[in-house]
Every structure is written in structure tokens, then in C-alpha cells.
Ligand binder design. Structure first.
Ligand SMILES: NC(=O)c1ccc[n+]([C@@H]2O[C@H](COP(=O)([O-])OP(=O)(O)OC[C@H]3O[C@@H](n4cnc5c(N)ncnc54)[C@H](O)[C@@H]3O)[C@@H](O)[C@H]2O)c1
Length: 267
């Protein structure tokens, strides 16, 4: 089978660099080039395999010069739609990991992908373990009345709680169909100790240097607890999911939202 030809937008960023390395070590994939507004040279040498590929400052030049099967985008929300439009209209499938796209953006990507007979995978979390944890939490939510979430991240994280923790809580509530039981604390000696609360689920955010990203969901019932925990050790954790998305998107048409849709998790 011929290799899937890949280009990367945002190739000089943290995720772009990881993706470039992940693509060059995959036999089934070939890295054709990349774009990044920070580009100060016309080529990039990948840290892994020392592969030299052309580098452009804008997505237009990249798409014009490299006839790719798949464009991977890890930039920022304001930049992604321009690259998605350009890629899909020029007959290239897309894999988008950039976060912060709106509902309207997702609808437009779906329409454009269908109109051009191409696939578009958009996923806010490519860590397979995190996606599986969310799936398991949805199952457990139907069988336990009490649940709390502890999410642990590095000290530079801007927001709290994490988007993944909120999404997990929402998914658990949707699956359960009613709020969880929240045991009230008569006297909270130190304000905030019980965490933030959404429909009976307490969410606790830990911020420490040395951490990357972890999440634990603890369910409680009579005489038992069930703990689900996922730890991200480094950004390589996202790469199996990104590589899977690149391989799968070429077989799809329209928008596939979320990595779970590619993992055959069932309901
Ligand atoms: N889906 C996931 O699993 C996942 C995981 C981690 C990060 N992310 C998301 O991926 C995105 C990138 O994260 P990062 O940590 O790599 O950020 P980063 O800042 O390290 O990299 C972004 C890169 O995009 C480039 N860029 C920005 N605008 C551009 C444009 N218009 N044209 C070309 N290049 C442009 C920047 O120069 C930079 O090199 C963020 O939205 C982040 O939230 C997603």
C-alpha cells in the first residue's frame, strides 16, 4: 500500500514537532512538509530521523507546493478555519487537534468535507487513555450515586478545572440522566476544600510544578469505591491517537468529532 502523504500546519509548535517526529517514524506515513508563521528557514530537519522537509510561513504556500493526502493542524483556533477551508477545497483530508473551535466552525468543516468528498477528524484530546477513561466513567455513572473528580496539572495551566474534567463530568451526567448525590459538609473550615461542584460531582484541581496532566474519577457506593485514573507523562501520549486519526481519516467522509468515534468503544 502506498504511504499516506502528510503536511503539518503549526509544525514548529510543541504538538507540531511531536507530530512531525511521529509521522517520520511511521512506515505507512510520509511527511511532505509543514507551515508555521514562526518559520525562519525554508526547511525543517526533524529531530527524529533527521529528515529534511520544506517549511513555509503560510498554509497557502504549503498546500500549493505539497500535494498531501492529509493536513494535520495544531495551531490556534483563529488560524485553523483558514487552513481547514484551504485543505478541504483543494482535496486534502484534515486532522485537527487545535482546541477552541466553535459549533459553527464544526458545522462548516462538516459541510466542506462532505461537499469535497473528504474526511475531517477534529479531536480536543488525542490521548487514547483519556478518551477510554471518559468512556468507562460514562458506564460507571449509571451504577454509582456518588462521584468526585480530581484533575492534576502543571502549575502553568491557565484554567481550572481542566476542559477534560468538565467534559468528563458532563458526559457522566448525560449518561446517568440525573444529578449525583452530593453529601453536604456541615462545617467547611477552609473555604473551597470540597472543590467546585456541578450537579453533585465535586471537581478538585491540583496545580504543581512537575506534573503534566492527570485525571482521576472516584465513584463511591455502599462498602466500595471505584477509581479510574489516567496519567499523561508527556506529549508523546497524544501521538498514537494522532497517527490513528491520520490513517483513518483517508477512509472517511464528513466530520468525525472526537477520537472515541475511531476507537470502536461501543455505547
Ligand atoms: N487535541 C489534543 O490532544 C491536543 C493536545 C495538546 C494541545 N492541543 C492544542 O493544540 C494547539 C497547539 O498547541 P501547542 O502546545 O502545540 O501550541 P504551540 O504554541 O506550541 O504551537 C502552535 C504553533 O502554531 C503556529 N501558528 C499559530 N498561528 C499560525 C498560523 N496562522 N499559521 C501557521 N502557524 C501558526 C505557532 O507559530 C506555533 O508554532 C492548541 O490549540 C492546543 O490547545 C491539542
Amino acid at each position: 500500500m502506498s504511504q499516506i502523504k502528510v503536511v503539518i500546519n503549526g509544525i514548529l509548535g510543541r504538538m507540531g514537532q511531536q507530530t512531525a517526529n511521529a509521522v517520520v517514524i511511521e512506515d505507512a506515513l510520509e511527511l511532505l512538509g509543514g507551515a508555521d508563521m514562526k518559520a525562519a528557514s525554508d526547511h525543517l530537519v526533524t529531530p527524529v530521523n533527521n529528515r529534511s522537509v520544506p517549511l513555509y510561513t503560510d498554509i497557502g504556500a504549503l498546500m500549493k507546493n505539497c500535494r498531501a493526502d492529509v493536513l494535520v493542524d495544531f495551531t490556534k483556533a483563529e488560524a485553523t478555519m483558514a487552513s481547514a477551508r484551504l485543505a478541504l477545497k483543494s482535496g486534502t483530508h484534515i486532522v485537527v487537534g487545535t482546541t477552541g473551535l466553535s459549533e459553527a466552525d464544526l458545522n462548516e468543516i462538516d459541510e466542506l468535507a462532505k461537499a469535497n468528498n473528504k474526511g475531517a477528524v477534529v479531536a480536543a484530546n488525542f490521548a487514547i487513555g483519556a478518551v477510554v477513561l471518559m468512556h468507562l466513567a460514562k458506564i460507571a455513572a449509571k451504577h454509582f450515586d456518588n462521584a468526585e473528580i480530581i484533575e492534576l496539572h502543571h502549575d502553568k495551566k491557565l484554567d481550572a478545572p481542566s476542559g477534560t474534567a468538565l467534559a468528563t463530568a458532563r458526559a457522566m451526567l448525560k449518561s446517568r440522566g440525573r444529578p449525583f448525590t452530593y453529601p453536604p459538609t456541615e462545617k467547611e473550615t477552609l473555604k473551597g476544600t470540597r472543590g467546585g461542584q456541578t450537579e453533585g460531582i465535586s471537581i478538585h484541581s491540583v496545580r504543581l510544578p512537575g506534573l503534566v496532566a492527570s485525571q482521576e474519577v472516584i465513584f463511591g457506593a455502599l462498602g466500595q469505591t471505584l477509581s479510574l485514573r489516567h496519567d499523561t507523562i508527556n506529549r508523546e501520549s497524544f501521538m498514537p491517537g494522532v497517527v490513528l486519526a491520520i490513517k483513518e481519516v483517508v477512509t472517511k467522509r464528513g466530520l468525525i468529532y472526537g477520537l472515541d468515534a475511531l476507537l470502536n468503544l461501543g455505547e
